[in-house]
Design a protein around this ligand. Structure first.
Ligand SMILES: Nc1nc2c(c(=O)[nH]1)N[C@H]1C(S)=C(S)[C@@H](COP(=O)(O)O)O[C@H]1N2
Ligand SMILES: [Mo]
Length: 345
C-alpha cells in the first residue's frame, strides 16, 4: 500500500532521503564584486532594480512547496520564504503585450528559464531567500532564487539577477540545450520534448538535423530553428512545430497528422506523400513548399484567432494538388482555390 506521502508524488518520482537536498546543475553563481540586485526589465512601464535589502521589505510569504526534480527525486514540503513574483512585477507595471517571463541568473552561462506569465502568476511563483528557516545556501541558489511550485525544479532558477518580460517565449538553458520539456508539468510527466524520450534521445534530436524514420510523436519543438531538417518517414503525429524555422525541411512520407505548424517558416519544405490529416498550417510561410501526393484531410490553412486572422502565405512555386482540395472543409478549400488560381491582384 502506498502511504499518503507516496501517493501524493507525481508519476515516476521518488522521495529523496529526508535529510538530503541534491544539488543539480550549476553549483555557484558567477563571481562578481557588484552588489546583488534584481533587475526587472523588458515589457514593463517602469524598469526597476531591486537591491536585496529593498526586495526583502516587500510583503513576505512563507510557503511549503514540494520540489520535483526532472531527475526523479522529490522533496516534499520545503518551506520557502520570499516575495511573490506578482507583487514584484506589479510595481513595474507589465505592459499588456507582456505574455512571458524569462528569469536570468548571475552565472557563468547566464543560465535562464521561462514561463508563460499567466502560469507564473497562477502558480504563485516566489522569489525566495530562505528555505526551512535558513538563508538559502549558495549551491541552492542563495542569496536569491526563483521557486515555481507545481513545475519540475528546472523552472526554479538559482541566483536570480534579471527578470525580463517578453511578448514571445524565449527557451531557457535546459529547454533549449537538453530538450527538457518547456511545459515542465510533473503531473503530466512533461520531462523531455516528447513523451517516452530519454534524456540521451532528446539530446540527439537537438544535436542532429537528421530525424529520418524516428518515432517522435507528440514532440514539443515550438519556436526552434530546424532549418534543413531531414524528417523523411518520421512519425510526427501531434507534434508542436509552431513558430519553427523549417525552411527547406524534408518531410517526405512523414506522418504529421494533427501537427501544429502555425506561423512556421516552411519555405521550400517538402511534404511529398506526407500525411497531414488535421494538421494546422495557419499563418505558415508556404512559399515554394511542395505538397505533392500529401494527404490534407481536415487540414487548416487559414484561421481566426483572438489576435486576428492568420492565413498561410503561398506563391506560384507552392505546389498543392488540386485534387487535395476535396479533403478540405469548404472554407479552407475556397481559401486554397484562390491561391492555386494564382494570387489575387
Ligand atoms: N542558475 C541555475 N539555476 C538552475 C539550474 C542551473 O544549472 N543553474 N539548474 C536547475 C535544475 S535542473 C534544478 S533541478 C534545480 C536544482 O536546484 P537545487 O540544486 O537547489 O536542488 O535548479 C534549477 N535552477
Ligand atoms: Mo533538474
Amino acid at each position: 500500500m502506498a502511504n499518503s506521502s507516496e501517493s501524493s508524488l507525481p508519476p515516476g518520482q521518488q522521495l529523496a532521503a529526508p535529510d538530503k537536498w541534491p544539488v543539480v546543475g550549476e553549483r555557484s553563481p558567477r563571481a562578481s564584486f557588484l552588489p546583488w540586485e534584481i533587475c526587472v526589465e523588458g515589457l514593463v512601464q517602469s524598469p526597476r532594480r531591486w537591491p536585496l535589502a529593498d526586495l526583502m521589505r516587500l510583503p513576505v510569504h512563507d510557503r511549503a512547496i514540494d520540489i520535483h526534480c526532472v531527475t526523479r527525486w522529490s522533496k516534499p514540503a520545503v518551506r520557502f520564504r520570499g516575495v511573490r513574483l506578482s507583487d514584484l512585477l506589479g510595481l513595474s507595471q507589465p505592459m499588456p503585450e507582456a505574455r512571458f517571463v524569462s528569469f536570468i541568473a548571475r552565472s557563468e552561462r547566464s543560465h535562464s528559464t521561462s514561463l508563460a506569465l499567466a502560469d507564473a502568476f497562477a502558480l504563485e511563483t516566489l522569489v525566495a531567500w530562505e528555505a526551512d528557516g535558513e538563508p538559502l545556501a549558495i549551491e541552492h541558489g542563495g542569496p536569491v532564487r526563483v521557486v515555481v511550485p507545481g513545475r519540475y525544479f528546472y523552472k526554479s532558477l538559482k541566483w536570480l539577477e534579471r527578470i525580463e518580460l517578453l511578448s514571445e517565449d524565449r527557451l531557457g538553458y535546459w529547454e533549449a540545450m537538453a530538450g527538457y520539456h518547456n511545459g515542465a508539468d510533473p503531473w503530466h510527466e512533461q520531462r523531455f520534448m516528447a513523451p517516452r524520450l530519454t534524456r540521451q534521445e532528446a539530446a540527439k534530436v537537438l544535436r542532429s538535423r537528421n530525424w529520418t524514420g524516428l518515432d517522435l510523436r507528440s514532440l514539443d519543438a515550438r519556436d526552434r530553428d530546424l532549418a534543413g531538417l531531414m524528417a523523411g518517414r518520421c512519425l510526427l503525429r501531434d507534434t508542436d512545430f509552431r513558430g519553427c524555422n523549417l525552411q527547406d525541411a524534408q518531410f517526405g512520407q512523414a506522418n504529421l497528422s494533427n501537427a501544429r505548424l502555425q506561423l512556421a517558416n516552411l519555405q521550400r519544405a517538402s511534404f511529398a506523400d506526407a500525411d497531414l490529416e488535421g494538421a494546422n498550417l495557419a499563418g505558415a510561410d508556404l512559399r515554394g513548399a511542395d505538397f505533392r501526393g500529401a494527404s490534407l484531410f481536415g487540414a487548416t490553412f487559414v484561421e481566426t484567432t483572438p489576435a486576428g486572422t492568420r492565413a498561410a502565405n503561398m506563391d506560384s512555386a507552392t505546389h498543392i494538388d488540386r485534387s487535395a482540395l476535396d479533403a478540405l472543409t469548404p472554407d479552407q478549400a475556397a481559401f486554397l482555390a484562390r491561391w492555386l488560381g494564382g494570387p489575387p491582384g
